[in-house]
Ligand binder design. Sequence first.
Ligand SMILES: [Cu+2]
Length: 282
Amino acid sequence: MANAPQHSDARGTGLAVALLIVGLVVVGGVGATLYATGRWWLPPVASAHGVAIDRLFYSTLVITGVVFIGVHVLLALFVWRFAARGAGRAVYFHDHRRLELTYTIIPAIALAIMVAMSGIVWARVRLGAPPADALVVDVRGEQFAWLARYPGPDGRFGRVDPRRIDARTNPMGLDPEDPAARDDVVSRTLHLVVGRPVRVQLRSTGVLHSFFVPEFRVKQDTVPGMTIEIWFTPTREGQFEIACAELCGIGHYAMRGQVVVQSPEAFAAWLAQQRPALAPAP
Ligand SMILES: [Cu+2]
């Protein structure tokens, strides 16, 4: 029994360290949550489908959060309950069919449910066809800004040709030989109508960018040579920021665009004031 006091010392140190770790995890977790909810949490949603995405996000957070806390509480309990106490030896067993089946099947079911929940929301948000009365806007990412194009009074987008892109005079690459292009309106600010679905046709000049408007819960890469369409319905008037979410070069950090969501009347008035991009300067 000469070793007994040493064991008791080690246990005391172990318990102190365990309590310190638990304390740090609790303080860190609670602190980070409070800080994050105030500063980095999701901005209030401003699109119709965003509500379903938020619901999915919060249910995933609750499910994984409960599992996370449960696992760590169990881990701490086991460390405390089954710590070495003197001469006892740990019990070892190999193969435990029921145990292995339990801890495989339960997480598999939980994960399958979560994947199905995401799949349903994804299918609704990304695979559904846009309504016929949707506004159509062409959006182009370039180093390091965003451009929006509207079809003008004829309601038709003119041809664009990357070879005609000129950073100063024709950043969209409109083809002046196409009559439909002559009245196209190009704006550095994306204007949308509250409550009206919008189809955004995304293009890119040069490199990959990503069209990200956090309030809309919309994020989509733009790829040179491709037109990628997304659609959504803005539900709140206001000004939001388009942040490029793809590292696209030295000016990436400054690649911000503005979205203005406004009433149908204000939108019509704004559009009526715009000069066609190809019109000679007054
Ligand atoms: Cu970019």
